[in-house]
Design a binder for this molecule. Structure first.
Ligand code: GBH
Length: 463
């Protein structure tokens, strides 16, 4: 293979996780409760009635996780810090928990010692419960911005000498729509007005944290900072004008609602049209902070959906998504979750779209596949994860084509996930790991897909 058909030598790859999904020890080490502790304690919220109380026990078994990463030969690891381990009550006037700071410090030092580059997410959905009770959390613009920036500052001070890659928020779409619109994620609100306030405040909190980093840390510490957005690639169900328009509207509502303000400085017209006066406005001072507030495009993406126009589903801009094609066949291979089918070509198209539209280097911060019915399989069957291997084969091929044939600037790729873990509203029933976890013993066993990805990246990154 010629070197031009490979990824550049400084391409980073690895796996991603999030604090609440793996750490467990939720009442240990001085940690305060988060909105996910509260939410999971309400009967009916999680399909198997579980919570992150134990998860993969990674707060205690972190050394095993690092050893696993090392054995896979990754270049990088993306994980998130639990805000309520750093500041148990969350606020700018509340005490800092030194035990929590020391935990992440030790963990980071071990990663770096093993030659693994940390990518750190500050907010992967686990808001300190106290802030939610004190002033309604993300709904309260003045308070939450100051408290988030204060939390970010503590992290920059404590870890910034070794962390050079920061991600403010993970998937504001999920936080706002699923947490405050549909109510299937913490804090479980159902509303047609709150999601737009929350997402506006998420954008601002992100932007002010970035402003602080750029002013006081970036030069000194030599790092970069950005945000991770999530989006499926969307294709029109057929070429009727209303389905074409619905597809564009879906992309604007799901993605442009964040990406356009952050990379271009304004909300998309279609978003304004759908939301009317429920969409908050940025002041001119705010927009100068928001515009160009991300050094890269952090992308979580899993699948492609076919879009039909609909009167319903206002939260997604009146689009209906599915995988069934007009001829009745399926777009791709079905996973364990209704919304996720394998479709590699859509990944290539999405990477092209983002590069053309936003012109920022892209890090794929999550991408992965839960094998249908895997939770019911024996260990031996589960580690023979053919459908996940096929998924990664298709998606890495699409990645390579996007970079080497289309010229898209992708700088990194993180598989979701290092381990089977707490899959939010699905509990432990859905498994995304390249490593099998036995939740009775916490024994970790590599699945076939882990070896496949190691081999693929070893062969496709330039020396
Ligand atoms: C990611 O979210 C999360 O960052 C991660 O924590 C999680 O474990 C992982 O994915 C696997 O789920 O609105 O019709 O698309 C992925 C984004 C949000 C996509 C919920 C699917 C629900 C159905 N997902 N969404 S739909």
């Amino acid at each position: 293979m010629s070197s031009t058909s490979k990824l550049p030598h400084d391409f980073v790859w690895g796996y991603a996780t999030a604090s609440y999904q793996i750490e467990g020890s939720t009442d240990k080490g001085g940690r305060g409760p988060s909105i996910w502790d509260k939410f999971t304690s309400i009967p009916g919220t999680i399909s198997d009635g579980s919570s992150g109380e134990t998860a993969t026990d990674s707060y205690r078994l972190w050394k095993e996780d690092v050893a696993l990463l090392k054995s896979y030969g990754v270049k990088a690891y993306r994980f998130s810090i639990s805000w309520s381990r750093i500041i148990p009550k969350g606020g700018r006037n509340d005490p800092v928990n030194q035990e929590g700071v020391a935990h992440y410090r030790t963990f980071l030092e071990e990663l770096v010692k093993q030659g693994i580059i940390p990518f750190v997410t500050l907010y992967h959905w686990d808001l300190p419960q106290e802030l939610h009770e004190r002033y309604s959390g993300w709904l309260n613009k003045e308070e939450i911005i100051q408290d988030f920036v204060n939390y970010a500052k503590i992290c920059f001070d404590a870890f910034g000498d070794i962390v050079k890659n920061w991600i403010t928020h993970n998937e504001p779409y999920c936080i706002s729509i699923l947490g405050y619109g549909i109510g299937i994620f913490a804090p479980g609100h159902k509303s047609s007005t709150q999601p737009w306030i929350v997402s506006h405040n998420l954008i601002l909190a992100h932007a002010y944290a970035v402003q602080l980093y750029r002013k006081e840390y970036k030069e000194k510490q030599g790092g970069q900072i950005g945000i991770t957005l999530d989006c499926h690639w969307l294709l029109p169900y057929d070429d009727t004008p209303h389905n074409l328009e619905a597809t564009r509207r879906g992309i604007d509502l799901k993605l442009g609602r964040y990406a356009d303000p952050i990379y271009k400085g304004y909300y998309p017209e279609r978003v304004k049209k759908v939301l009317g006066d429920r969409l908050p406005e940025f002041t001119s001072d705010e927009i100068t902070v928001v515009k160009d507030s991300s050094d890269f495009f952090g992308l979580n993406t899993y699948t492609t959906q076919l879009v039909k126009d609909t009167q319903g589903d206002e939260l997604n801009g009146h689009v209906k998504m599915g995988h069934t094609k007009p001829d009745g066949t399926q777009l791709g291979n079905q996973s364990d979750l209704a919304w996720l089918q394998t479709y590699g070509p859509g990944f290539r198209s999405l990477l092209n779209y983002l590069w053309k539209t936003y012109e920022k280097p892209i890090y794929v911060t999550e991408n992965g596949f839960p094998v249908k019915g895997e939770n019911g399989l024996s260990l031996e069957e589960a580690i023979n994860d053919i459908d996940r291997q096929d998924y990664f084969a298709q998606y890495t091929k699409a990645l390579l084509e996007a970079v080497t044939e289309d010229g898209v600037d992708v700088k990194g790729y993180f598989g979701w996930s290092l381990l089977d873990n707490f899959e939010w509203a699905e509990g432990y029933k859905v498994r995304f790991g390249v490593t099998h976890v036995d939740y009775n013993t916490q024994k970790r066993t590599p699945k076939g897909s882990a070896a496949i990805l190691t081999k693929w990246f070893n062969e496709h990154i330039q020396e």
